[in-house]
Design a protein around this ligand. Structure first.
Ligand SMILES: [Zn+2]
Length: 390
């Protein structure tokens, strides 16, 4: 919705001629052919992984699986796999088990799960005979933190989920002495870098606490926040590796979906990340309406660059409402208002207020940048995977 709205409203509007990225992305530039830096960077950085030969991938995969199995010897599990009920993490579980791994499935429930997602998770876990650890976040704390993020007018309300999810996954790996967390993030479908104005630094515990304090939130006792130092401690001291597992496979989303539906009773969603009611309302309504950001552009651009969808088909799918129907949007809006205790008036006031930067409230990003400068080798797979995807 926003891309077409922008194109009429903004005379400086421009869209890439190869992918769907447009001038809503900070720092976008175009070459003489009209190709943008986002898809050009994808081509440079991701082609080696996306178009790697079958032999080379298989060799790397076998070597990796052997390492994970060796680490799991004598332990109840070999690795942790975070599951959301989405296709990427579901496929990661299925393939890991097929390769003989014994994963602990870990799910974080922030109170916004779509029923469909719960069913998808429980069907797959049951069919595969796996243990599932579900971390249920204290809703009253989570609601207060969300409210503070709305009051702060910052873009990345999902920082709360993503940050806590890191804490929960690393926490389970620590508990069982596991060195590997397999994630469903991957270069084929998520390889494009996130524009810097579309989300925020995901290890920013300080930002979460600062926003909470600024807006009078008290009594946060159980929220599993995760800081840059926590990350360094997990990754470099305990040597727990966050691995974009699907990069070891020739991952095709449509093929994966077909098998998940056939063998695991999986039900698909209309768009990426629609397994959480908040995530779909945030991506499909709040982000475009308040912040002028339509993440479908990036999701489809990755698929175009991976050769999994034509630009024409992607353009068609990314046009119009980011919802199956007006009715579904209305349903989600009502659900959101009721759950947050907002009036229609509160929502329209929120949408009308100007965006404010996360950095306004206190952040550990400067500390992170300092650490990056001190050790240029610090940014690893996780940082890459966090810049993509969501
Ligand atoms: Zn492009």
């Amino acid at each position: 919705m926003v891309s077409s709205a922008h194109s009429f409203a903004n005379p400086g509007y421009r869209q890439c001629s190869r992918c769907l990225m447009d001038t809503s992305a900070a720092g976008i530039v175009f070459d003489v052919e009209g190709h943008c830096n986002f898809c050009s960077d994808y081509k440079t950085n991701m082609s080696a992984v996306v178009f790697e030969s079958v032999e080379s991938k298989t060799a790397r995969l076998n070597e990796f699986v052997a390492r994970v199995k060796a680490n799991g010897k004598g332990k109840p599990y070999d690795c942790v796999i975070g599951v959301s009920g989405g296709v990427d993490s579901s496929w990661t579980l299925v393939k890991a088990v097929e390769l003989g791994l014994r994963p602990l499935a870990v799910h974080m429930d922030n109170g916004w799960n779509a029923e469909l997602a719960q069913n998808n998770i429980s069907n797959i876990v049951k069919t595969l005979g796996l243990d599932l650890h579900t971390h249920v976040i204290n809703w009253s704390e989570y609601k207060k933190l969300m409210q503070a993020f709305f009051d702060a007018d910052v873009i990345d309300v999902e920082l709360l989920y993503d940050n806590a999810m890191l804490a929960v996954n690393y926490g389970m790996a620590k508990k069982y002495g596991l060195k590997y967390i397999l994630s469903g993030s991957n270069s084929a479908t998520e390889g494009m870098s996130m524009p810097s104005n579309w989300n925020w630094f995901k290890f920013d515990k300080k930002n979460i606490l600062a926003i909470a304090k600024k807006f009078g939130v008290t009594g946060i006792k159980t929220f599993p926040a995760f800081s840059a130092i926590d990350y360094v401690s997990c990754e470099y001291i305990r040597r727990i590796k966050w691995v974009p597992f699907l990069d070891y496979l020739h991952y095709n989303k449509d093929e994966a979906l077909a098998i998940l539906e056939r063998d695991y009773g999986y039900k698909r969603y209309p768009y990426k990340h629609y397994e959480s009611i908040f995530t779909r309302f945030y991506q499909g309504y709040l982000l475009p309406e308040k912040f002028g950001v339509d993440k479908r552009l990036m999701h489809f651009s990755s698929l175009i660059m991976a050769g999994q969808i034509s630009r024409e088909e992607a353009l068609e799918k990314a046009s119009g409402l980011a919802y199956e129907s007006e009715e579904k949007l209305r349903d989600d809006k009502q659900y959101f208002l009721k759950k947050m205790g907002w009036s229609d008036q509160a929502l329209s006031e929120y949408l009308q207020r100007e965006e404010k930067p996360h950095a306004l409230y206190g952040t550990e990003k400067p500390l992170w940048n300092l650490m990056l400068n001190l050790r240029t080798k610090l940014p690893t797979r996780l940082i890459k995977s966090l810049k993509k995807g969501k």
